[in-house]
Write a new protein. Structure first.
Length: 125
């Protein structure tokens, strides 16, 4: 049951990405990769001994999945001309998974570092 609840947001995000793309294409799979990577890292990191590692994995998973999902939502709803504002705006779909993973890596590393410092400081007392 816990696994199902853990996987549900990621499965919904992946389903929305495929729905926003129109069909299951290589581009849809490429754009769903950050959510898949986020879930995989969360799955592996949930048994980590260090709390900082678990927090870093969780932050990576959330940021990567939200970034891709929000971009697809903006495209689908055409917020401020996301889809129709430029003839080359669809090229963003090539780079969004890369941006999502980079942003999630930075956020996860920062969260890991902060959690590690807090853990270390609390152990020193």
């Amino acid at each position: 049951m816990k696994t199902t609840l853990l996987a549900l947001p990621f499965l919904l995000a992946i389903a929305f990405v495929v729905y926003a793309e129109g069909e299951l294409t290589p581009f849809a799979i490429w754009n769903a990769l950050p959510a898949v990577a986020g879930f995989a890292l969360l799955w592996v990191g949930r048994h980590a001994r260090l709390t900082a590692y678990r927090i870093g994995c969780a932050i990576f998973a959330v940021v990567a999945t939200l970034f891709v999902t929000l971009f697809h939502l903006a495209w689908w709803l055409d917020w401020h001309g996301t889809a129709t504002g430029s003839s080359t705006s669809a090229l963003a779909f090539i780079f969004v998974p890369i941006w999502a993973c980079l942003l999630a890596t930075i956020a996860g590393a920062l969260a890991w570092g902060i959690a590690w410092l807090v853990d270390r400081h609390s152990l020193a007392r």
